[in-house]
Design a protein around this ligand. Structure first.
Ligand code: ADP
Ligand code: MG
Length: 702
């Protein structure tokens, strides 16, 4: 290096290239060395032998032992990919994990991401003809069954992170078990971080369990003496105390939070307090990681902090087992996570912040003891840990709305849902609800069979209500508008932004999209169309206080929805071009009629069928002038039940569009005051379970 003659540009360039190449080779050599230090490496031959001998194998090993990144590579190396003719699939419950792990494996193999190694997540397919190792979300593999019911292009399916027991993973269990029986050439690996693998083994016909002995150093556990009133504040204080009092360069900190908003709040507080402390303390590098973090920033969490600095990773429970960050010595665990909960009686699904399970708490603590002794600070009392936490989290299938998976199963020709091979069956009530919902949407007929509408709906990787709105757009002549709205709704909640110093401008810009108080759905449509008219300009986004990143994603999603429209043979057609926004709103209503609510005298709303009291979210464009009848996209529970994305509705549409669901009396005005006043809370809740008008014969559904 540095010896190239300065007078010869070519030679210098060649030398620089050589040097670059040498460096790249060095990096590759180091990566290869690193691979060999992973616990799974020592067992490589035994593992491959076990896979060869058994059809189904349960693989259990401590997080970070190399299961996810190494096993697919081993399988590729010994020929399971048949020289490019077959693929190895590896499922992940989370999008970020699928992307991040694929990037790492591509790097280890020295190939470009998307070539031999790729990933597939909803609305983002980073694979090619060359791809032999494919990381994907469990939901995407589930969708692949629709196109290829025997998964014939895969020689091995690895269902990874099985202990997470996500809804899609649980459904996959039943499906892959079935095809593994049918396909003698296929191997199935179920990989998990928890040690009680017996349940998996039992389910898969007593499949053998292959254990990868973990290396885990001693972890000191610390509890608070009294419960913390404000865990965010307690977390910030703990992180700063650790940073200031522990020797610099002596290890990084991992703080578990419940979601993006919380992570952003903590990031802001930390930055502020560090500014106040000024040069008195060493540098603290803050690395957030959550599902919607842009890919460019995801890689940052794996970069070591500069010399003398410390890194603090602010993560959701993605860092519990899915991603392993080297160098963590301190874990701060407030003991909460976001969990989905579902009330089959009201049909309401919500995300709630809840205490973690003991199994999760143990996993979190373990993250600090991977490369040396660690410390875990639990921001709750030992008594809490022992007496209040559940042993394990409840599988998602038992606390979810099942409409989406039931539709997928029906589309796969699986009609006997009760007879489906569930590891833990969902509550019968949830199944019934899902069938009712799909019947109301016209996806199933009264015998529980998939209709043509249902078949078309199943093609879209969306919630059935949104799929229905798209399918219905054909009838209302507005497929162009409805896929735009669907894309905007799917691209994320962050469409607008509101910088602190420009609130007035931002609010004015935002109001402009709400001209005519046409509702939030139409406003989203307006935003997209204006952006498209600007030539998809980032400059336009800045001027309009619209997030360019969200818009780009919406455009990708829209392109894919457009392709799916073609697949289900719905012609592109536009009504709003001719100014008919009612057509657009009717199509949305065809999907979301169950989300109709009526304004009350006190300014709140009451859901027409469930009789639940709900409110317009302050961010909604209709918040200033609430319509008498409204339709919402979703409910979010913060301080109250808020409707997010609200649009005005004409009550007669409900009877016109969903005559099997609404009767005249549901929407006749004025609302009979007497009943309203006389409704006791008891009645209000039970009213939620009122069967649909035309109750299908549910027995025949099974
Ligand atoms: P397991 O699946 O058993 O939990 P992994 O295969 O995920 O283990 O991890 C093996 C190693 O690879 C860990 O040391 C981890 O830090 C590293 N690793 C995984 N993903 C990345 C990444 N995106 N960047 C850097 N290192 C990574
Ligand atoms: Mg893993």
């Amino acid at each position: 290096a540095g010896t190239a003659p300065a007078d010869d540009d070519d030679t210098a360039a060649a030398a620089a290239a050589d040097e670059y190449h040498a460096e790249a080779m060095d990096a590759k050599a180091t990566l290869q060395d690193e691979r060999k230090t992973l616990p799974v490496y020592k067992l490589k031959d035994d593992l491959l032998k076990a896979i060869d001998e058994h059809k189904v194998l349960i693989v259990v090993g401590e997080t970070g032992s190399g299961k996810t990144t190494q096993i697919p590579q081993y399988l590729h190396e010994v020929g399971y990919t048949a020289g490019g003719r077959k693929k190895v699939a590896c499922t992940q419950p989370r999008r970020v994990a699928a992307m991040s792990v694929a990037a790492r494996v591509a790097e280890e193999m020295g190939v470009k991401l998307g070539h031999e190694v790729g990933y597939s997540i909803r609305f983002e397919d980073c694979t090619s003809e060359k791809t032999v190792i494919k990381y994907m979300t469990d939901g995407m593999l589930l969708r692949e069954f629709l196109g290829e019911p025997d998964l014939g292009s895969y020689s091995v399916v690895v269902v990874d992170e099985a202990h997470e027991r996500t809804l899609a993973t649980d459904i996959l269990f039943g499906l892959v078990k079935d095809i593994a029986r049918l396909r003698p050439d296929m191997k199935l690996l179920i990989s998990s971080a928890t040690l009680n693998a017996d349940k998996f083994s039992d389910f898969f016909d007593a499949a053998p369990v292959f254990r990868i002995p973990g290396r885990r150093f001693e972890v000191g556990i610390h509890y608070t003496v009294a419960p913390e009133a404000d865990y965010i504040d307690a977390a910030v204080v703990t992180v700063l105390q650790l940073h200031v009092t522990e020797p610099p360069g002596g290890g990084d900190i991992l703080l578990f939070l419940t979601g993006q908003e919380e992570i952003e709040t903590v990031e802001e507080i930390l930055r502020h307090r560090l500014r106040v402390l000024g040069g008195k303390v060493a540098e603290l590098v803050i690395c957030p990681i959550y599902a919607n973090l842009p890919a460019e920033l995801q890689a940052k969490i794996f970069e070591p902090a500069p010399a003398g600095a410390r890194k603090v990773v602010l993560a959701t429970n993605i860092a519990e087992t899915s991603l392993t960050i080297d160098g963590i010595k301190y874990v701060v665990d407030p003991g909460f996570c976001k969990v989905k909960s579902y009330n089959p009686r009201t049909g309401m699904e919500s995300l709630l912040v809840a205490p973690v399970s003991r199994a999760s708490a143990e996993q979190r603590a373990g993250r600090s003891g991977r490369t040396g002794p660690g410390e875990c600070f639990r921001l709750y009392t030992e008594y809490n840990f022992v007496s209040d936490l559940d042993d394990d989290a409840v599988p998602e299938i038992q606390r979810s709305n099942l409409a989406s998976v039931v539709l997928a199963l029906k589309a796969l020709g699986i009609n006997d849902l009760v007879g489906f091979d569930f590891m833990d069956p969902p509550p019968a009530e949830s199944l019934l609800r899902a069938l009712e919902e799909l019947f109301a949407l016209g996806a199933l007929n009264s015998r529980g069979e998939l209709t043509k509408t249902g078949r078309r709906m199943a093609e879209f990787p969306l919630d059935p209500m949104l799929s229905k709105a798209i399918v219905a757009s054909e009838r209302y002549g507005c497929s162009e508008e409805v896929i735009t709205i669907a894309a905007m709704l799917s691209a994320g909640n962050a469409v607008f932004y509101r910088p602190r110093d420009k609130r007035v401008h931002a609010d004015a810009a935002r109001r402009a999209f709400h001209a005519g108080n046409a509702g939030d759905h139409v406003a989203l449509l307006n935003v997209y169309n204006a952006w498209a008219e600007s030539g998809y300009s980032p400059q336009w986004c800045r001027e309009s206080f619209v997030q360019h990143r969200t818009m780009r994603r919406a455009r990708d999603v829209r392109d894919q929805l457009g392709a799916l429209l073609e697949r289900v043979e719905i012609a592109p057609c536009s009504s709003a071009g001719g100014g008919d926004l009612d057509a657009v709103r009717k199509a949305v209503t065809a999907g979301y009629f169950r989300h109709a609510a009526r304004l009350q005298r006190d300014g709140s709303y009451r859901a027409v069928k469930s009789r639940q009291t709900v409110f317009v979210h302050p961010s909604s464009g209709v918040a200033q002038a609430p319509p008498r009848w409204a339709l919402y996209h979703e409910l979010v529970l913060t301080t109250k039940e808020y409707m997010r994305q609200v649009t005005e509705l004409k009550p007669e549409w409900l009877v016109e569009i969903a005559p099997h669901y609404y009767e005249r009396k549901d929407v006749d005005e004025p609302e009979p005051k007497k009943t309203a006043a006389a409704t006791t809370p008891q009645e209000q809740t039970t009213a939620g379970s009122t069967p649909t008008k035309q109750t299908p014969n549910l027995n025949s559904f099974f």
